[in-house]
Design a protein around this ligand. Structure first.
Ligand code: SAH
Length: 369
């Protein structure tokens, strides 16, 4: 008898949690807002049906906005030199074991040429904060690529620069800029970065980029050391306020030679749940299924798409240098040529029922969804 009562109570609690999680998901979708406690419940539920409902809701919203299209961007990793010392990143200046390289102008143009032939219409140029790529050099590169490929979007991800520099690069022809805010909590930011780096400056950079007219991407690592529900809640509210065109999130992965080398990796499941929540909070957002997600799970990128992501970024960097852009350990796709990388990504996406598209894939705030 007693057992019966207990199991009924347990059943009631489970049913209650299940129904309330479904309500929360509908509520986020309808109001495009979330409370801290709702976030906690979604991140902590172990109920498979609730997670499936989150996944299908996010996918429905992504499909309403973009159909079954997944945008491909070609990633070119310009430099593994960095003047910064972010505690999580394998390219931090104090990591004496990091192998440093930088691409020449010609190597960059070769990557674009190959990428264009492979159908890419967005080039993402990313790198550490490397003074070699000063405004003169970078503007020359951007304007050359702009002239050769007027139908392509140029995305930059070169860290914090001055407003004048962002303006000059924009005038030279860059369209988009990725600068993850890393965390929206100033206290958390201070635990991930050395004292000389400033949370406020990063946020100011993001607003400057937006004012100049870039399509801007912010974002953060999932499971970075000292991250809490509260810092994640701040991240989501920052996204709601800032209204970026893109949001890049991926799991934190420990990098040998950094102060965080023994910290646990972020969780794939949490990353997927957050991707879905971001899709529900900000339906038109361009949301990549990142390489970091693919590194921690063999089907990580496919799962990301199924949880609401709609962008993938195959690597176009010269194969000789791929393994040296080592922001974290065991990064995937370091052994393939660009063409193989593109074909593999496309195959994976097709296999799960989506279509890769090679157009620019601009952000469209007026989408119906
Ligand atoms: N220097 C540029 C590009 C940095 S690399 C910039 O500052 O924006 C791009 C992103 O990789 C970073 O913004 C960070 O969020 C992520 N990253 C760095 N180290 C990582 C790690 N150990 N695990 C997972 N992601 C990492």
């Amino acid at each position: 008898m007693l057992t019966q009562v207990n199991s009924d109570q347990r059943f009631d609690k489970l049913t209650f949690n299940f129904l309330s999680t479904l309500n929360i998901i509908d509520h986020i979708r309808n109001t495009r807002d979330i409370t801290r406690d709702e976030l906690e419940q979604i991140l902590e539920t172990e109920d498979k049906a609730s997670i499936e409902y989150l996944r299908s809701s996010a996918r429905e919203v992504a499909t309403a906005a973009y159909g079954n299209k997944i945008f491909m961007r070609g990633l070119i990793e310009l430099s593994s030199h960095c003047k910064n010392d972010c505690l999580y990143c394998g390219l931090r200046r104090s990591n004496s074991a990091a192998v440093r390289y930088r691409l020449s102008d010609e190597q960059i143009y070769d990557c674009c040429e190959q990428g264009y032939k492979l159908g890419f219409r967005t080039f993402v140029m990313q790198g550490g904060e490397d003074g070699w790529f000063d405004d003169k050099r970078m503007c020359r590169i951007v304007s050359t690529v702009r002239q050769h490929y007027p139908d392509c979007a140029i995305t930059l991800s070169l860290g914090e620069r001055s407003r004048e520099s962002y303006q000059a690069l924009f005038d030279a022809g860059a369209n988009r800029y990725l600068l993850r805010h890393e965390t929206a909590s100033p206290e958390h930011y201070a635990r991930l970065h050395p004292a000389e780096m400033s949370f406020q400056n990063r946020i100011d950079c993001l607003y400057a980029l937006k004012e100049i007219g870039y399509q801007v991407g912010c974002g953060f690592m999932v499971g970075s050391p000292y991250q809490t529900i509260d810092t994640l809640y701040a991240d989501l509210q920052f996204i709601r306020t800032f209204q970026p065109q893109m949001v890049g999130i991926g799991p934190f992965i420990s990098a040998t030679g950094t102060p965080f080398q023994d910290q646990p990796n972020g969780k794939v499941g949490t990353t997927l749940r957050l991707l879905a929540i971001i899709r529900l909070l900000h339906p038109p957002v361009l949301l990549p299924a990142t390489t970091a997600l693919g590194t921690l799970h063999p089907q990580g990128r496919e799962l990301g798409i199924q949880f609401g992501a709609n962008v993938v970024m195959p690597n176009l960097s010269p194969r000789d240098h791929r393994k040296d852009y080592a922001i974290y350990d065991n990064k995937i796709c370091t052994g393939e040529e660009a063409a193989e990388c593109r074909a593999c990504t496309e195959g994976r996406i097709r296999k799960i029922g989506y279509e890769t598209v090679v157009d620019r894939g601009d952000f469209n705030p007026n989408l119906e969804y």
